[in-house]
Design a protein around this ligand. Structure first.
Ligand code: NAD
Ligand code: MG
Length: 390
């Protein structure tokens, strides 16, 4: 029996993870499930899968969660400390699928067990990549990538020497607005930005796909996880979302990972690694698909990609600044306070300003310094948005 914990179990990645686990309940011993405000889902899953504990991130929901779990034998807990405690419960495999910077601390705690962390939470690598990788190494823990592009790269690298890699190409669908004229983007609504042509994902990553901030995070994630140089990483638009990434080797060969746009591919690979097992994903009919398209992303349309290059060049805590400013700008877009195209401007303002504050982004990367610059970047983002509004 594999002991498994799922952080963010009520979300899109979390539900896909539970789907795979529930198909073979005899193989898994569910330790902890965690969620946010969706207590009904959290409690139902914890009961159904016989979890030891269910944790909501919100203290005020503890009584509701207790009530929903009454008589089930599943313990209820709430708040940040409870999330960290859940991460410390012995498990062989932990899924990190909280969205945003909030996923970092539980993932770090789980690594201390020296087991396996399946990492969907790309923000962990963007905000604190060197710290996360060093913590895994120190405790003998393994991190398996779950982002589809990174799982694809990881699979293309199996049995290969990373020193023979010349380039890594990650694909981008282009999100909701890939075929919109640039002039229309400023007026894009929340509903329009929240629907993805190929993938069914959480709302935040869906909007980040339309703005290409998701790909920007993934470029940084690639650098941090695989340790390649920024100029070895390329982004290509691929509207079909069937080729997830390609690795180019020194002999000119490109190894591509091709599969349906279904996150259970990457989740299942991480769940069963190093084996491959049957997965309930669609098999591609290449003759029916016929054509795969690729084109270069237009830099004028996607400032987020340029900002990612900037972050990799600055290094240090600039990833934490970038991510926090982006999260805050995204909050404001979702709340209807700023327009779709304003998000990149806010992030750039905050990056420029905080990079010039002496010693700030060059400080050592620790959970405390990440939390500090994250907090400051959100304040600076609010200031930038107020300045614009006023
Ligand atoms: P989601 O919004 O659907 O789910 C997020 C989960 O995190 C929920 O369980 C929610 O309750 C929990 N959560 C939210 N804020 C929290 C907080 N402050 N503290 C504790 N828990 C909190 O998100 P998702 O689409 O499943 O994405 C999860 C992560 O996986 C993100 O980092 C995302 O970038 C990454 N990812 C997602 C997909 C996808 O297909 N959805 C693909 C690749 C990578
Ligand atoms: Mg991805």
């Amino acid at each position: 029996m594999k002991r498994v914990t799922v952080f963010g179990s009520t979300g899109s990645i979390g539900q896909n993870t539970l789907d795979l686990i529930a198909r073979a309940p005899q193989d898994y011993d569910v330790v902890a499930l965690t969620g946010g405000r969706n207590i009904t889902q959290l409690a139902a899953d914890a009961r159904r899968l016989g979890a030891q504990v269910a944790v909501t991130a919100h203290d005020d929901l503890l009584e509701d969660l207790r009530a929903a779990l009454a008589g089930s034998g599943v313990a209820a807990a709430a708040g940040q400390a409870a999330l960290i405690e859940a991460a410390a419960r012995p498990a062989d495999w932990t899924m990190s699928a909280i969205v945003g910077a909030a996923g970092l601390a539980p993932g770090m705690e789980a690594l201390k067990q020296g087991a396996t962390l399946a990492l969907a939470n790309k923000e962990s690598l963007v905000t604190a990549g060197p710290l996360l990788m060093a913590t895994a190494a120190r405790h003998g823990a393994r991190i398996l990538p779950v982002d589809s592009e990174h799982s694809a790269i990881f699979q293309a690298l199996a049995g290969e020497d990373i020193a023979a890699v010349e380039r890594i190409i990650i694909t981008a669908s282009g999100g909701a607005f890939r075929d919109w004229p640039l002039e229309r983007l400023a007026a894009a609504t929340l509903a329009e930005a929240s629907s993805h042509p190929n993938w069914d994902m959480g709302q935040r990553i869906t909007i980040d796909s339309a703005s290409m901030f998701n790909k920007a995070l993934e470029v940084i994630e690639t650098r941090e996880f695989f340790g390649v140089d920024p100029d070895q990483i390329e982004v290509i638009l691929h509207p079909e979302s069937l080729v997830h990434a390609l690795v180019g080797f020194r002999d000119g060969a490109l190894m591509a990972h091709v599969g349906a746009s279904d996150m259970r591919h990457a989740i299942g690979y991480a769940l069963h690694w190093p084996e491959r097992r049957d997965l309930p994903v669609a098999r591609l009919d290449l003759a029916a698909i016929g054509t795969l398209n690729f084109r270069a992303p237009d830099p004028a349309r996607y400032p987020a990609l340029r900002l990612a290059r900037d972050v990799m060049q600055r290094g240090g805590l600039s990833g934490a600044v970038f991510n926090a400013a982006k999260e805050r700008a995204l909050d404001a877009f979702i709340a209807g306070r700023i327009g779709f195209l304003d998000m990149a401007g806010v992030v750039e303002d905050v990056l420029t300003r905080m990079s010039s504050e002496s010693g700030l982004i060059d400080a050592e990367i620790t959970l405390d310094t990440v939390a500090h610059v994250d907090h400051l970047a959100r304040i600076r983002a609010d200031e930038a948005m107020q300045a614009k509004a006023g």
